[in-house]
Design a protein around this ligand. Structure first.
Ligand SMILES: NC(=O)C1=CN([C@@H]2O[C@H](COP(=O)(O)OP(=O)(O)OC[C@H]3O[C@@H](n4cnc5c(N)ncnc54)[C@H](O)[C@@H]3O)[C@@H](O)[C@H]2O)C=CC1
Ligand SMILES: O=C(O)C(=O)Cc1ccc(O)cc1
Length: 279
């Protein structure tokens, strides 16, 4: 925001006083406050950037100080639970949940950078009664940060992101944990012989534990649905290996290679191991 909209005044609040001090030192906030209420008191737009399980509690803390007409949004990785939590504690407020599908495995104020949202999707999930002018204002805000905008229903968002982002993280956490638990294989061997695929998993598996705990608990239904389908497909592969069905394995691997090729041909990937790319 500082880089793209220098006239916008940014007031920050974080429960951690060290984070508040760092935000000032980095120049990413003009001011920080000691309470959430003081941060929102003259706001046009409030953006909640806390783990998804903490959104409702933070909103409750500033509810009494929120100016009429302010737009309340967020950047959480799942949307229906956030919409429900905010609606419950901010009756009558203009709530437009959002998810910039961009990030890294790093967190904290030092992990941000001005081009993070450039060319990435930002998904808005306004309720049906959200004022059109406010949705358009939030669309313009994210466009000014370089993002491309999609508007969709919160439940649909949660289903799509469950397969494209949440399940890949769950798989990464699992495989790195499984490798670490192996008897008879030392940790140094895992590190020494980790080929590209495993290294990519370790990057994803280094993502913030609290953030991802909250994503899985908050998007439980969609994640469990996708996990069920994934487990069935994995079992089918397991059977194909057990019964030497090489043709089945080859057919699947050919299909998936073609999917990857079509993504690269369309210029929608630069080979970076990053689930946050647009498309
Ligand atoms: N890291 C990523 O790549 C992406 C994260 N998101 C979403 O963005 C949100 C924030 O994630 P990050 O910025 O990565 O995390 P972060 O760890 O950098 O920042 C979260 C901050 O929230 C503060 N906090 C926690 N509970 C609080 C409370 N009750 N009151 C006040 N402050 C509190 C923490 O002290 C921390 O500084 C999450 O909802 C996450 O799902 C969305 C897209 C990408
Ligand atoms: O680091 C990666 O590869 C990511 O996938 C980052 C990311 C994490 C959470 C999101 O909701 C969106 C993007």
């Amino acid at each position: 925001v500082k880089a793209n909209m220098p006239a916008v005044r940014i007031t920050g609040y974080d429960a951690d006083s060290e984070v508040r001090a760092r935000a000032i030192a980095l120049g990413i906030c003009d001011d920080v406050t000691d309470t959430p209420g003081a941060a929102v008191i003259d706001a046009d737009l409030v953006i909640l950037c806390v783990p998804v399980g903490a959104m409702g509690g933070v909103a409750e803390e500033f509810a009494a100080d929120l100016p009429a007409g302010a737009v309340v949004s967020d950047v959480g990785s799942c949307k229906q639970s956030v919409a429900d939590a905010l609606t419950a504690v901010l009756p009558g407020a203009i709530i437009i949940p959002a998810h910039p599908v961009a990030g890294t495995e790093k967190s904290g104020p030092d992990a941000g950078f001005a081009t993070l949202f450039k060319g990435r999707w930002c998904i808005l999930t306004p309720a049906d009664n959200a004022p059109e002018a406010s949705v358009e204002a939030l669309r313009t805000f994210w466009q000014r940060l370089g993002a491309e905008i999609e508007v969709m229903d919160a439940r649909h968002h949660d289903m799509v992101l469950a397969i494209t982002s949440h399940l890949p993280h769950l798989i990464a956490y699992t495989i790195v944990g499984t490798a670490d638990d192996l008897q008879g294989v030392t940790q140094s061997e895992v590190i020494k012989y980790s080929a590209g695929g495993f290294r990519d998993f370790t990057r994803i598996a280094a993502s913030d534990p609290v953030m991802w705990r909250d994503v899985f608990l908050s998007n439980k239904d969609a994640v469990l649905e996708m996990l069920q389908r994934f487990s069935e497909d994995l079992s089918a592969l397991q059977r194909a290996i057990r019964y030497d069905k090489g043709d089945q394995l080859e057919a699947l691997f050919t299909r998936t290679r073609n999917i990857r090729r079509s993504i690269v041909e369309q210029g929608q990937d630069d080979d970076a191991p990053d689930f946050g790319r647009k498309h």
